[in-house]
Design a protein. Structure first.
Lengths: 119, 531
């Protein structure tokens, strides 16, 4: 057993997920929120693609049968999830940019101003 | 067949976007009526022949991406489709009802159908993510400052919430190599140690709890549903229908984990506290939209209590309450839209004399209020009766009565709008389409009460017999509650103070995320203690 054997994709994925979560819990800047969100998602992607990883497995393409096939499902799911992740990040940034340019606010405010009257 | 239910609203929405103008409106109405017909046809089919499964690409069931319709899911589909007719009629002449809105609004319908019908976990994730985007755009539709802020909070919180779901799905896939809900349920019966699914259960329940807005994760809901400038139709869809997709997922996921994990006690109490906090916060609001939004929190708590009582009648009562809540909460949001447009204010203390100013709107509001408070003969009373029958425990009955008292109290406050002096002479002119839709929805809350027994039989194949003596007794309790509610309103609520301060408490964005993480930890610790 090599000294750094415990650093597998799954462990790193879980760590990244919680590092992202920590960022979301503590950072008040909206841009940092978006960054933390991306970190969190990267953690998930890494976790997925290393699910049931076996050394020396080959991609399930072609006719070669010498080695075990890699499970293609997680990778297929992650392609979808990455695309969705990009879309979500883009939308988040768009919202933020619009909000900043119009109202000049870059942080999550403490309190919503209580509006009880007027439009 | 099932694929059509998901796909057609989105395609028709896109066509309407391209057509614009009156042609698009006509298309939407014709489509929606035909769509209800289709949903009804599938519903009857399911009722007669049992569940329908549709597997994409002809792969074997369990491995394929599949849509699955059983009695609950097709009921949700039918409900959503029927309500959309009312919403479309309501919006006919509203200024925001333009091409961009058509597309978003119809796409949301298709996505909700996808959530109800999908049997594949990853598909559920995709539908959730896309519907989050659509909903947040609908919230900020008028691009007002507060609406954009609220929409952003909604967007980020829910995207982060769905990330938890994705992670949970990954862990399940790692253990079982399956993604289909029904196949997973079967695989779980053969599981040796339930500890293997504690983490995925916790992850997935965080998302579901966030979507159903239970304590302490409901902070985004009043922002999203009650944001000032969001169109009334959007608030009605969100509060009446979309929030129910969370409850529905809760039912599905809990069923999936039922062979190994039983958490009904935990979620019963979560439901109770949600309900309690919901109405206490609602009492502290003066913005009518926020009162209604906090009230949604409270009613969802009640539904969660019913689902987690581990009794059949309470479960179906809760499902029927999903339907009833959709009726009266949509009515209330729609009429609230008409009211604040007419009065130019959303302050509940400033709106007076609704009966004189807008008589028909007032009638619809009264019907909905009677429904939500559970007045005799109205739909709320039937479902609450069913939920109350799920237990013989004295304490639980007491808890249910406390919640109902809270509902009555906050709606006594809401109904002060109906009386008093008319600020201007004569009655106001209201858009006839919007009025018709609201009044029909209001009357529906009476009709579904009168025919409650027959409807539960028809929808769920579940027989309820309402005991007349007991029902009369509940009616008496109701009138006592009204009196208590009025007294409480004049004694405490009106003077503000502590209640108002509690009502204005809210979590910041970071607070919401922290409570999400805390909720996850509490659930995992609790699970590892009971297993």
């Amino acid at each position: 057993m090599k000294p750094l054997d415990f650093i597998t994709g799954e462990i790193v994925g879980i760590l990244l997920f919680f590092i992202g979560l920590y960022g979301l819990m503590t950072k008040k800047t909206i841009v940092k929120t978006i960054m933390s969100m991306s970190i969190m998602e990267s953690g998930i992607f890494l976790f997925y693609i290393t699910i049931n990883f076996t050394e020396g497995a080959v991609p399930p393409i072609g006719q070669a049968q010498e080695a075990a096939f890699v499970d293609p499902v997680p990778s297929a799911l992650m392609i979808t999830a990455i695309v969705i992740g990009i879309g979500v990040t883009a939308i988040g940034l768009t919202m933020f940019m619009h909000y900043k340019q119009k109202h000049g606010i870059t942080h999550w405010s403490r309190n919503r101003n209580q509006t009880g009257s007027g439009h | 067949m099932l694929g059509l239910l998901v796909l057609t609203p989105i395609i028709v929405g896109a066509i309407a976007y391209l057509l614009r103008g009156n042609a698009a409106k006509a298309l939407l109405y014709i489509f929606q009526v035909a769509y209800v017909g289709l949903a009804f046809y599938v519903f009857l089919n399911v009722k007669q022949n049992g569940p329908i499964i549709w597997n994409a690409g002809g792969y074997t069931d369990g491995l394929a991406l599949s849509l699955y319709a059983d009695s609950i899911s097709i009921f949700m589909v039918l409900m959503t489709a029927v309500f959309y007719i009312a919403f479309l009629v309501y919006a006919t002449r509203e200024p925001y009802f333009k091409h961009r809105f058509y597309f978003m609004f119809m796409a949301l319908q298709g996505l909700m159908m996808g959530l109800f019908l999908s049997s594949d976990l990853f598909n559920i994730f995709v539908f959730l993510e896309v519907s989050t985007v659509v909903v947040s755009i609908l919230i900020m539709f008028n691009k007002e400052k507060q609406a954009i802020y609220d929409g952003m909070i909604y967007f980020f919180v829910n995207v982060i919430g769905t990330a938890f779901l994705l992670f949970g799905i990954g862990m399940l896939y790692r253990t079982f190599g399956l993604l289909d809900i029904r196949a997973l349920r079967e695989a779980m019966t053969g599981l040796e140690s339930p500890r293997a699914v504690v983490l995925p259960y916790g992850m997935m329940m965080v998302t579901v709890s966030l979507k159903t807005a239970v304590t302490p994760l409901f902070s985004w809901l009043p922002k999203a549903h009650g944001t000032p400038s969001a169109p009334p139709v959007v608030s009605a869809v969100l509060s009446g229908l979309y929030i129910k997709s969370g409850v529905y997922m809760f039912i599905r996921f809990n069923d999936m984990f039922s062979p190994v994990i039983d958490m009904h006690v935990f979620f019963f109490w979560i439901g109770f506290f949600t309900s309690l906090i919901g109405f206490i916060m609602a009492l502290g609001q003066k913005d009518i939209k926020l009162i209604l939004a906090y009230h949604t929190v409270s009613q969802v708590g009640l539904i969660m209590m019913g689902i987690n009582m581990a009794s059949e009648i309470a479960f179906w009562g809760a499902v029927y309450h999903i339907f009833n809540h959709a009726i009266f909460k949509s009515t209330l949001f729609l009429t609230a839209g008409l009211i604040y447009e007419e009065y130019g204010t959303r302050n509940v203390y400033k709106i007076r004399g609704l009966f004189k100013r807008m008589p028909w709107v007032a009638v619809a509001t009264v019907f909905a209020i009677l429904g939500i408070t559970g007045a005799p003969f109205f739909n709320g009373s039937i479902s609450k009766y069913m939920i109350a029958h799920g237990t013989y425990d004295y304490t639980v009955t007491l808890l249910l009565n406390i919640i109902n008292l809270g509902t009555v109290m906050s709606f006594v406050k809401y109904s002060t709008m109906l009386f008093g002096k008319n600020p201007e002479e004569g009655t106001a002119k209201t858009d006839v389409y919007a009025l018709t839709a609201s009044v029909i929805m209001g009357v529906a809350s009476f009709m579904t009460g009168i025919f409650g027994e027959a409807l539960t039989q028809f929808f769920f194949n579940y027989e309820v017999h309402v005991n007349v003596d007991e029902y009369i007794q509940k009616g008496m309790v109701y009138f006592l509650m009204i009196i208590a509610g009025v007294a409480f309103y004049h004694g405490i609520v009106k003077h503000g103070g502590l209640i108002t301060r509690i009502g204005h408490l809210e979590l910041t964005f970071n607070g919401i995320i922290t409570s999400m993480a805390g909720y996850f930890i509490v659930m995992v610790v609790y699970l590892s203690l009971i297993l």
